[in-house]
Structures are given as C-alpha cells and as structure tokens.
Design a protein around this ligand. Structure first.
Ligand code: PMT
Length: 405
C-alpha cells in the first residue's frame, strides 16, 4: 500500500518525519509531497532519507531547467498510484485552497486529481482554527468525504493555549488505516516473532550459520503491526532494518534466542517461529582463532528445541512453527505439528528454486489441525498475511469450541 503525505508550512512540519516512520512500520510506502512553505521548516532531504523515495517539491520538477512532460503529468501518476492522500500538518492556507478547488502547486493539484480517500490533520494557531472561514472550509471538506483528524488542545508554538496542535501521530495513523480499510483484527494481541539465522561460534572469528535472511520473519512482524498487534521481534543476525514500532531483541546463538523467547513468552498471546535455528552447536568453542593445520573435527551437540519447549507450556497461546523441508515435506511438517503440540505449522519446501531462504518470495502450505491451505508463490508480505489469517481462524475455532461446551 502507498500513501502520499502532504507536508505543509507550519511549525508542526517536523512531526511529519515521525509520521513517515509510523506509516512505514505498518507496511505502508510513503511518497512525501512538500509545499514551498513546508521547505522553510524542514529540508526535503530529511523526508527523502526517511521515506527512501524522492520527495516531490514542485509541480514541474524541482531544479529542472526545462519542465518536461514527465514532471508535468507526475501529479496524475501519483494520484493514480496512491491508496490514500494524507495532509499533515495542514495549514489554514492549504485547507482553504483544498476547500475551494485551487490547483496551483503539486499538493493541491494532487488533491483534485486523486480519487483515493483523503485524511487531513490541521495544525495552526487557536484563533485561526476557530475562525469562521477555517471552520466553514473544514465543513466543506467534511461534506465532500474528507476525513478530518481534529487538532488537540494545549500549548501552541505561538504561545497561546487552545485547539490547534497537530493531533498525535498515532491518532493520525489510525485514521489513515481506517481510510485504507486496513483491518485492526490483531488489536489487543501481543505477537512474538522469531526471525533470521543463528550463529554458533567455532572460535572468535568463525561460526556455523545458515542461509536465512530474516525476510520472512520481518514480514510477519510488519504485517502483525499493521493489523494492530504489539510485536516483539527476536532476531538473529540480519542486514534488515527492524520495524521501529516493534520491541526488537537481537541475538546471535540458538541459546540466546531460546533465552530471549522464554523471557517474553509470558506476555505473548501468539508466537510465530520463522527463525532458522541451528540444530547443533559446537560443544566447546575455541577461545582463540584455530590455526590451519591438518584435518580437524568439531564436536557438535544438539541445541534446545525452542519450539517443542514452547508447545509444551503454551497454555492459551497460539504457537505457530515453520518447517523447512526438502523430502517427504508434508509428512515431516505434519509430524512437527503433532509432536511439538503446535496450533499451525508453515511448510516451506525449500528444495523449490526461487523461494524460501534469502528470497523476496515464498510458497508455503499452512497446516493446522483442521486441514491444509496452500499459498502459491507470492511475496513474503502476502504469505505473512495468510499466516496471520490462519492464526485468527484457529483462534475463532478455539472460541467456538469453548462456547459450545
Ligand atoms: O529468513 P528467510 O531468508 O526469509 O527464509 C525464511 C525461512 C526459509 C527461514 C522460513 O520460511 C523457515 O522455513 N523457517 C524455519 C526454518 C527451520 O529452522 O525449519 P526447521 O524445520 O529446521 O525447524 C522447525 C521449527 O522449529 C522452526 O519453527 C524453527 O524455528 C524451530 N526450531 C528449530 C530448531 C531449534 N533448535 N529450535 C526451534 O525452535
């Protein structure tokens, strides 16, 4: 999903930087559009760095010697590509322009050109907010279906006290999610996700690892956040940027992952173990770098099976495992579902090319005690949502059974 975030020229413009992050944490891509006045408060570079996208500052392409056809029609392309337009903070000036259909810069033109839902979060001096002209403009926009996130009351940058302070970013995010019809069906849940590989040290410079990139687990964490859950992400070493709204615990070894998971298990209502945990660790890692001389033997011992431990003490929690298999895939996955007392297991046939380890894509079969559902090759983001759908189905079924007793 993608939203355009229009930032206009008020002192609250700096707060839009955090808004970019919060929207991204919900898995939403953000295209920032700044008015000329907004650029007096915050540099476009700040938003470009945060959003990872070029910031649009001009109707005809900023800095271009000659306006070209691409920049001249960019507002139409953006208007068609977005799922929502958010204006935060919105000044009295831009609210007036939007209410009267003016189209003399990128943001106002985009507003007229898009058919996506629009969310506006005003911020201004209390008297400007209370002014009959502003209130009439707000009513006009509301009557046309624009969602207004009412400003908060309190101390304002101008020194006055009253309504006009930009609403809390979390409130704006909720309004955006509602406009996007992004269901908050995991609100109230705490989802503990494990992701990535573990590393078992051989000596201070070498380790036993695996090909997991963490992408599947991070997609699950982001999807759960987007659906309203609190997320605890226990991550092995990856190069991925964790979602900033998650509580992130970085670990290296299987033992550290076990300890982190156990520490947070009590507070979790749903546990999803996408991590590729080492099955063996080196019995005694060397304290110094091992010199290369002759053949050598490493003595390995099994690690704790974290998932089996969780299954045994899960109580009312829903526990979901992953199974990376190459042979007898269905039978092996089902065996893990039963033997580890899981509610669901996500079978990854990692003998298939182009999916699974270190790929943007995946194809899985989600096994529960009620049956199996195949998710053909798609993005890990989509797989994550299908896994969460399955979790909710299990929860619903459990509730139905309890009520029928
Ligand atoms: O990280 P990516 O590059 O995105 O790749 C995704 C993935 C392929 C790693 C992921 O989709 C996946 O299949 N993860 C599970 C990998 C794995 O370790 O499978 P397994 O069949 O060996 O283990 C079964 C389950 O037991 C897993 O949930 C695992 O987290 C858990 N386990 C394993 C060993 C151990 N000591 N403790 C555990 O809890």
């Amino acid at each position: 999903m993608k939203v355009a975030l229009g930032v206009t020229g008020g002192i609250a413009a700096y707060k839009a930087a955090e808004l970019v992050r919060l929207l991204q944490d919900r898995g939403i891509r953000v295209q920032v559009v700044m008015t000329r006045a907004a650029q007096e408060f915050v540099r476009p570079l700040t938003f470009a760095a945060l959003s990872g996208e070029k910031v649009i500052t001009d109707l005809f392409g900023a800095g271009a010697e000659e306006p070209n056809i691409d920049s001249a029609v960019e507002h139409i392309a953006v208007a068609q590509a977005i799922d929502a337009l958010v204006v935060a903070p919105a000044t009295a000036d831009v609210i007036a322009k939007l209410a009267h259909g003016e189209a003399n810069d990128f943001l106002t033109t985009l507003f007229l050109a898009t058919t996506a839902p629009v969310v506006i979060a005003p911020a201004m001096n209390v008297n400007m907010w209370d002014n009959a002209a502003t209130q009439a403009n707000i009513q006009t926009l509301k009557a046309r279906g624009v969602v207004i996130v009412e400003p908060d009351s309190g101390y304002l940058a101008c020194g006055m006290v009253g309504a006009g302070r930009l609403a809390a970013n979390e409130t704006i995010v909720l309004a955006v999610l509602k406009a996007l019809k992004a269901e908050q069906d995991l609100a109230g849940e705490t989802v503990l996700v494990t992701a990535g590989p573990t590393r078992e040290p051989i000596d201070p410079v070498r380790y036993i690892g695996n090909r997991s990139s963490g992408k599947m687990g991070y997609a699950l964490a982001e999807a759960a956040l987007r659906r309203g859950a609190k997320v605890i992400l226990v991550s092995g070493p990856t190069s991925l940027k964790p979602p900033s709204s998650a509580d992130v615990i970085q670990v290296q070894t299987a033992q550290q992952m076990r300890d982190a998971v156990m520490t947070h298990f009590d507070g979790a209502t749903i546990v999803i173990k996408a991590a590729a945990v080492a099955d063996f660790t080196v019995r005694t890692a060397a304290n110094e770098k091992i010199k290369r001389k002759g053949p050598m033997t490493l003595e390995l011992e099994p690690t704790t099976d974290i998932l089996a431990e969780l299954g045994a003490k899960k109580g009312s929690r829903i526990v979901v495992g992953f199974a990376a298999e190459t042979t007898d895939v269905l039978a092996n996955a089902r065996k893990k579902l039963e033997s580890k007392s899981l509610d669901a297991i996500v079978l990854n046939d990692v003998s298939q090319p182009g999916i699974g380890f270190d790929s943007e894509r995946n194809a899985v079969t989600i096994l529960t005690h009620a049956g199996a559902e195949t998710v053909p090759e798609t993005s890990k983001w989509e797989v994550a949502h299908r896994v969460l759908d399955a979790v909710l189905k299990v929860k619903l079924e459990r509730r139905r059974l309890q009520q029928s007793r």
